[in-house]
Design a protein around this ligand. Structure first.
Ligand SMILES: Nc1nc2c(ncn2[C@@H]2O[C@H](COP(=O)(O)OP(=O)(O)OP(=O)(O)O)[C@@H](O)[C@H]2O)c(=O)[nH]1
Ligand SMILES: [Mg+2]
Length: 255
């Protein structure tokens, strides 16, 4: 049992042990963070496979990840987070994985909290679970622009989805085979988590949020500054609006 979180290591949950499971870690120039992420994933579950999608990194991200035993997909140039994550989903789908956890390569997501994120999927109660910074009153600090942006997006997504969501930009997620199949076939670009949430709901997948705490970035630079947050928000709102007129997203390959 971890002294810090009071959760049991993954090996003790037979439902988890029975599944072919993989972590998808998108990483763009995260040589100083990726090692810690991989060590913490291994500490959570020593049999968890890991695929690191190095998104055209120009530093030693891929080498550091390989040295830690992760499977590394090197994208020849930078596709952006959406393309990197979809590459991971394709890999998981084609290789027959039943369960995916998504963790950022910048060490902001704490793998010790994966028990909580995984629980509704393991219980068969959700197809996708999103770790939310705002669901458990953890008081996440980030820039005011970002917080307001997330609030606006949360409100819009909740209205479209007719289900309350609080953190539509979170990439800390657990997904079952149905959700893996959907995202392997079709995944949005730019700020993909927001549109991805709407997609899952349109496909009648069961989405659940659980409260998590996220850490601040220690090394490297965030992709999104204040001006970029505003730009992204406008773009994502437009994409959501256009999406309302999309009759059907790519059909699910599996039922
Ligand atoms: N910035 C950036 N990150 C990418 C890209 N492709 C993959 N990633 C990875 O996607 C993850 C999330 O990116 P971040 O820039 O941290 O985005 P964020 O977590 O929403 O923003 P912060 O809270 O400011 O860190 C990280 O693990 C990145 O390494 C890309 O093209 N640009
Ligand atoms: Mg980050």
């Amino acid at each position: 049992m971890s002294a810090e979180t009071g959760v049991r290591p993954a090996e003790h949950d037979p439902r988890l042990a029975a599944l072919r499971r993989i972590a998808i870690v998108p990483a763009f120039n995260e040589e100083r963070n990726i090692g810690r992420v991989l060590d913490e994933l291994r500490a959570f579950d020593s049999e968890l496979e890991v695929v690191v999608v190095s998104d055209g990194s120009t530093d030693r991200t891929a080498e550091v990840a390989e040295a830690r035993g992760a499977h590394v997909i090197r994208l020849p140039f930078n596709l952006g987070i959406g393309g990197a994550v979809q590459t991971g989903f394709r890999y998981a789908y084609e290789n027959g994985y039943d369960l995916v956890v998504r963790v950022d390569g910048d060490a902001q997501h704490d793998p010790a909290q994966l028990d909580r994120v995984l629980a509704p999927v393991l219980a068969g109660e959700a197809d996708i679970v999103v770790g939310s910074r705002f669901a458990g009153g953890s008081g996440y600090r980030s820039s005011a622009t970002r917080r307001i942006g997330i609030r606006v997006l949360a409100w819009v997504v909740s209205a479209i989805a007719r289900q309350k969501v609080t953190d539509p930009t979170s990439g800390f997620q657990a997904l079952n085979r149905r959700a893996i199949a959907l995202f392997a076939a079709d995944y949005p670009h730019d700020y993909p988590e927001v549109e991805g949430m709407v997609m899952t709901i349109k496909h009648r997948l069961r989405l659940r949020e659980v409260g998590v705490t996220m850490r601040v970035r220690e090394h490297g630079r965030s992709s999104i500054g204040a001006a970029a947050s505003v730009y992204y928000m406008a773009k994502v709102l437009l994409a959501l609006f256009v999406g309302l007129f999309r009759r059907r997203v790519v059909p699910l390959e599996e039922k």
